[in-house]
Every structure is written in C-alpha cells, then in structure tokens.
Design a protein around this ligand. Structure first.
Ligand code: 13P
Length: 253
C-alpha cells in the first residue's frame, strides 16, 4: 500500500512572512492523516517553514539542490545545507529548470544520487513537450528520462524516490492531462521501473501527476490506481485550495 503524496511546488512565490501566514492558516484546520503532505518553497522561506511545520506532519522541501558536497558554485545550495535546517525533500529536474537553467538528464541523475546519499527524498520530474506529444513520442521520451535519471541507483534507493510525471504542456496552462492519459503514462513509468529493477520495487515507488491540478479535478487523477498523488503549482499557493487537495489525497483508496 503506497501512502498518497500531495506536494505543493510554490516555485518563485512567497516571502518568509507570506509563507508563515500560509502555514498558520493551513494548520488552523484539520488535516487528514493518511497522506504525506509536502511544501516545496523557495530557499529563504525554508528554515522558518521547517520550524512552523513542526509536529504537523507536513514535510518541507526545496525546489533544487547542487550535486556537489560543497565548492566554488556561486548561487548554489548543497544537500547538507538543506538537511542541516531540517528540509526532507527536494524537487529535481523540474521542466522549468530543464528549460531555463540547463538541467539535463545527467545533472538530474547526479542531483538525485546526492539527495539520496544525504537522506533527502528526491521528487524527480519527467514529462514530454507538446511537440513530443503530438509526434506520439511521449512514452519514448519519458522512458529515456526515467532510465537516465535512475542510472546507478540501487533498489533500496529507488524505493525512496518519488517520481512526478508532469507533461510540460499541462504546466501552468490550465490545460490538465486527462486522468486516463496520465494514468496510462504513469502505468507505463511503473512498468519501466519494473523492467529496470523488479515488480516489487516498482510497486513501492510513489508516482505523482502534475500539471494544472486543482481541487475540482484532483479526484479524477486520484481515482486512477497508478497515480499516488499530485505535484501542484498554482493551486498550492492558497491554503484553502491546498487543504482541499490534501483532503482529496486522504480519501485515496
Ligand atoms: P501548475 O499546477 O501550476 O500547473 O504547476 C505544476 C507544476 O509545475 C508543479 O511542479
């Protein structure tokens, strides 16, 4: 039985004060227990969020990290700096980082390994562009991204990874994938992981859908057996909307 995951990706939104107000509002209501809730915030808000989330069961994540232990990498943040302040997750290979910050399958692989070595849970993102989808290359593209992202990882490591399937054309566009399509691609990703490792490993890996998930469409995604939760951008910025997403996660069978 895989525990559902509802992860918010705030992207470049919220100051420390705004982040704290969000968390206070979120904590003022009931949150269901049977769902792993994660907020991935910009670096400056992370220490305050970790402290404010204490005892709530909400995990705090970063949106990136560097693969090196330390060194001359101006502007970068290491895994040890994140774990040192109590961060437990890190998004890796988001399509915005691949598109605007030259992330490649190779850097994704290196970052994933570093995250795991430091006990962080990588939320590893894959997904095809509109052009690739129109050329009916979705499965081929996603398979290649998965194979390269997981290269060199052992079974025990892979079981700790959360995979997020985010079709690029569905991100921030209000044009979500259909739940059936997302379920099919994620089922394909699970078979890919089973090919690379074995069925038992594949059965344990949590796989999320991301791309225009909102309170009014999340239930359809979660009704798909292969989809274990959601990675949410826009709809994670408002505490009421995020609470509804978490509540939907708590009802997943
Ligand atoms: P939206 O939910 O705003 O489409 O963003 C999805 C996303 O990129 C989450 O990582």
């Amino acid at each position: 039985m895989r525990i559902p995951v509802i992860a918010g990706n705030w992207k470049m939104h919220k100051t420390v004060d705004e982040a704290l107000t969000f968390l206070k509002t979120l904590r003022s209501g009931n949150l269901p227990g049977k769902v792993e809730t994660v907020i991935c915030a910009p670096y400056p808000a992370l220490p305050a969020l970790v402290e404010a989330a204490e005892g709530s069961g909400i995990g705090i994540g970063a949106q990136n990290l560097h693969w090196a232990e330390e060194g001359a990498y101006t502007g970068e943040v290491s895994a040890r700096m994140l774990t040192d302040i109590g961060v437990r997750y890190a998004i890796i290979g988001h399509s915005e980082r691949r598109a605007y910050f030259a992330e490649t399958d190779e850097t994704v692989n290196r970052k994933g390994k570093t995250a795991l070595q430091h006990g962080l849970v990588p939320i590893l993102c894959v997904g095809e562009s509109l052009e690739e989808r129109e050329q009916e290359r979705t499965k081929q593209v996603v398979r290649e991204q998965i194979v390269r992202a997981l290269e060199g990882l052992g079974s025990e490591e892979v079981k700790r990874v959360i995979l997020a399937y985010e079709p690029i054309w569905a991100i921030g566009t209000g044009r979500a994938s259909t739940a059936e399509d997302a379920g099919e691609v994620i089922g394909f990703i699970r078979r890919t992981v089973a090919d690379l490792y074995d069925q038992q490993v594949a059965n344990e890996v949590r796989m999320l859908y991301g791309g225009s998930v909102k309170p009014d469409n999340i239930e359809a995604f979660l009704a798909e057996a292969e989809i274990d939760g959601a990675l949410v951008g826009g709809a994670s910025l408002d505490p009421e909307s995020f609470r509804q997403l978490i509540a939907a996660g708590g009802k997943k069978r």
